[in-house]
Design a binder for this molecule. Structure first.
Ligand SMILES: Nc1ncnc2c1ncn2[C@@H]1O[C@H](COP(=O)(O)OP(=O)(O)OP(=O)(O)O)[C@@H](O)[C@H]1O
Ligand SMILES: [Mg+2]
Length: 280
């Protein structure tokens, strides 16, 4: 073969590979560098308005990171970019050291281990708590097929484990629609956990919860820390304080970029942060 033909072949192979990486089936995520999520200089514009402006941040494996910032700072848009709902105009988003999330579709990103919780709970109201978890476990089967598929003992064990984590052991047969707002939120988190995501993104998870439910949610997240990486967006500073335990880093977003990063007590004392957010 001539060098020209070899080069041509190599180029075609590379092109083919770049297409096939979008197939998630069997794809491995490597966390060798200890990094779960790497976001570098992402910019998103809506009709010329920059919702994200060269936003960069890194989340470590097992880390629990709280993100705070005023309304419109770009917190939800950042989650939209990580989960494939919005495509940034430029920048990089990597899951682990090897998976380029900007090349995957929304379902593929979920499948590869990134779970997302929206603010409003989205559980199947007419089904029981147990059935909701069962469905989440077999999300790829479709509702009817999933409900008729018998669970193995390992899967039942997993449901038990998650029920305990989300404090719903006593409500297994209860119709989800009858749960309190907080319990529905926990059930949805439980549904995410059934897929055992490596990275969990939680957008304002305690909005509308009672003080007691908020405290229990913080306990739940602290239990998940280490086994999963968690990115928690919240306005409730008491909750953030409970999660960070005086030693974890928080990130403050403002106008689509990181305004400050550090211990909660430090960013709370930061003049710029007080001016744009906490002081109001
Ligand atoms: N699809 C869209 N089209 C146009 N503008 C948008 C769109 N999505 C978000 N924006 C704008 O981008 C900015 C960032 O919004 P985003 O929802 O990310 O803020 P946020 O930090 O989550 O705020 P909040 O704390 O209120 O939830 C806002 O000014 C918002 O109006
Ligand atoms: Mg938001």
């Amino acid at each position: 073969m001539t060098p020209d033909l070899m080069a041509d072949g190599a180029e075609r192979l590379a092109r083919h590979r770049s297409k096939t990486t979008s197939v998630v089936e069997g794809e491995q995520v490597y966390f060798g560098q200890g990094v779960a999520l790497y976001v570098d200089e992402i910019t998103v514009s809506f009709d010329g308005f920059r919702a994200l402006n060269k936003l960069s941040l890194t989340i470590d494996v097992g880390e629990l990171r709280c993100i705070i910032g005023p309304n419109g700072a770009g917190k939800t848009t950042m989650m939209d970019c990580i989960t494939g709902k919005t495509r940034p105009d430029s920048g990089t988003v990597f899951f682990g050291s090897n998976v380029d999330l900007l090349r995957l579709s929304e379902p593929q990103i979920a499948q590869i281990g990134v779970g997302r919780k929206f603010q409003k709970p989205t559980v199947y109201e007419q089904l029981s708590v147990f059935e909701n978890l069962e469905l989440a476990l077999k999300a790829d089967r479709g509702v009817r097929a999933a409900l008729f598929h018998r669970l193995g003992s390992e899967q039942l064990g997993r449901i038990e484990e998650v029920l305990k984590l989300i404090h719903l052991q006593g409500e297994v047969q209860r119709t989800a629609g009858l749960l309190s707002h907080g319990q529905k939120q926990w059930l949805e988190i439980g549904m995410l956990l059934m897929q055992d995501p490596k990275l969990l993104l939680l957008d304002e998870p305690v909005a509308g919860m009672t003080d007691e439910e908020t405290e229990r949610t913080a306990e739940l997240f602290l239990t998940l820390e280490g086994k999963h990486s968690l990115v928690v967006v919240e306005h409730d500073m008491k909750f953030v304080d409970q999660l960070t335990q005086g030693r974890k880093k928080v990130t403050v977003l403002h106008e689509g970029s990181v305004l400050a990063e550090g211990l909660l007590s430090d960013v709370q004392a930061n003049e710029k942060v007080v001016e744009v957010y906490l002081g109001r």
